[in-house]
Write a protein that binds this ligand. Structure first.
Ligand SMILES: NC(=O)c1ccc[n+]([C@@H]2O[C@H](COP(=O)([O-])OP(=O)(O)OC[C@H]3O[C@@H](n4cnc5c(N)ncnc54)[C@H](O)[C@@H]3O)[C@@H](O)[C@H]2O)c1
Length: 436
């Protein structure tokens, strides 16, 4: 393919060189004439292992050259990749001026093209930037509706290992609205060893932020665990070595699906104990200390969502801290129900595991002693709950939730704290019957 790469910094120079290595005819563009001259002289504009050798090869073969002229680059290519910087402003806001300016220039160059052109945004941008900044800039530059396609293709390489990361990224992520553009990008990255993921533009934009936020969180988590180890006399490296061996719960997709707050007899208690022990040693753990307040915020968010319906009769599905258990200790659903009762709501609840516990006595003492006021609100059937409720609150992805959602009538307002997980649960797909 004939490709132009806008921005010849860390991402652009590596992308340009690697695409040239893959056999594409690449022209790099930068407003910085020095960087352009360096690429043409096969000198890396950034320090990156292996880049000097690669540039020498691809520039020597005539597969990569650079220019300051956007017009020339667009005229000689079918795809433009935008890799310009998106730095922070002083207040933390993302500065997308370079994206807008590049879009405007590409748009202007498109005035002179009859054939369609594909514009791919590779810089890291917040959701909405492509639609609200890049596309308007392209159209403003073109002065009309040029024959163009637009896609987002975030970059996942790390400085210091960019060349190998380019060849084997976690995935090739493409956000665009049509399969033809996705196919074109699949072809562009044919030589890349990675699953190809086609999604929406906004999802692709956001995945990059979710990934970087998580990476930053992981670093701070590991460092705070190490600080905690020092405080309580454990070997941080050995602790994390063993921790990382658990690919089932620790380094896995467990606990990473959006839903409601956590609870139960372990996580809150153990976090509190660790924070207490480290406080005694004068060790502060800002990230770990923020977890319980963040969790409480989720409960508050749920309460606010129910109160915002301005309805009074509430039917809650799920009371235990997660589906499939009768354990009510530190259940966020108990906290939510108590807050709603405190606000004067008339609440009824269904949770067949809790009902069972009341019958067989597994959790009976806790229910009778700690939450007798809530125990008296239990319904015996989904139907009874629906008869009572104006608002249906789905607390977990249980069979009861599936039944209640399937039987809910249009007048029921649904507040789904599982964020859709209850609707996606396998039991929803079968024909749900409301037990009488
Ligand atoms: N550096 C990384 O490891 C990395 C990894 C993944 C994603 N990203 C993202 O990729 C983007 C680029 O990052 P970078 O580190 O390569 O930035 P950089 O600052 O190293 O390079 C940006 C280049 O864009 C050029 N430029 C600015 N305006 C231009 C224009 N109108 N036309 C042509 N060129 C223009 C600049 O002169 C500069 O050479 C950012 O959005 C960044 O967040 C960076």
């Amino acid at each position: 393919m004939r490709v132009s790469v806008f921005g010849l910094g860390y991402v652009g120079s590596v992308t340009a060189a690697c695409l040239a290595k893959a056999g594409h005819a690449v022209v790099g563009v930068d407003i910085n004439a020095e960087k352009v001259a360096m690429i043409n002289a096969a000198t890396p504009p950034v320090v990156e292992p292996g880049l000097a050798e690669l540039l020498a090869t691809v520039v020597g073969m005539g597969r990569l050259r650079a220019t300051t002229s956007s017009e020339q680059a667009v005229a000689e290519s079918d795809v433009s990749l935008i890799c310009v910087g998106t730095p922070s402003r002083a207040n933390g806001q993302l500065d997308v001026d370079a994206v807008a300016r590049t879009g405007q220039r590409i748009g202007e160059a498109l005035r002179k093209r009859a054939e369609p052109h594909t514009v791919v945004l590779r810089s890291t941008v917040l959701p909405g930037t492509t639609e609200q900044c890049l596309v308007p800039a392209l159209l403003a530059g073109a002065g009309g509706r040029p024959a163009m396609r637009v896609a987002v293709n975030p970059e996942f390489m790390r400085e210091g290992s960019s060349l190998t990361d380019f060849a084997r990224p976690p995935f090739t992520l493409v956000g665009c609205g049509d399969s033809a553009t996705a196919s074109l990008l699949r072809l562009l990255y044919e030589g890349v060893e990675a699953p190809f993921v086609h999604t929406t533009i906004r999802t692709a934009e956001m995945v990059k932020y979710a990934a970087n936020a998580f990476h930053a969180l992981k670093v701070c988590f590991a460092n705070e665990v190490a600080d905690a180890c020092t405080a309580v006399g454990a070997d941080a490296h050995e602790v994390m070595r063993v921790f990382l061996m658990d690919r089932k719960l620790n380094v896995s997709e467990a606990y990473l699906h959006p839903g409601f707050a956590f609870g139960g007899s372990c996580l809150p208690k153990d976090l509190r104990a660790l924070l207490h022990a480290t406080r005694l040693a004068d060790v502060s753990l800002p990230v770990l200390s923020a977890i319980l307040p963040s969790n409480e915020r989720q409960v508050r968010r749920g309460v606010e969502a129910v109160l915002a319906t301005r309805r009074h009769r509430i039917g809650v599905v799920g009371l235990s801290f997660k589906a499939g258990t009768d354990d009510l200790r530190e259940s966020p659903m108990v906290a939510l129900v108590e807050a709603l009762i405190g606000k004067g709501c008339d609440v009824r609840i269904i949770d067949r595991n809790v009902a069972m516990a009341r019958l067989v006595g597994a959790n009976r003492r806790y229910i009778e002693e700690e939450i007798p006021h809530i125990a008296s609100l239990m319904c015996s059937s989904v139907e009874a709950l629906l008869v009572h409720a104006e608002v249906l609150v789905i607390g977990n992805a249980s069979d009861d939730a599936a039944l209640a959602l399937a039987a809910a009538r249009p007048e029921h307002v649904v507040v789904d704290l599982t964020r859709g997980a209850a609707r996606r649960a396998p039991s929803v797909t079968r024909t749900a019957r409301v037990p009488s």
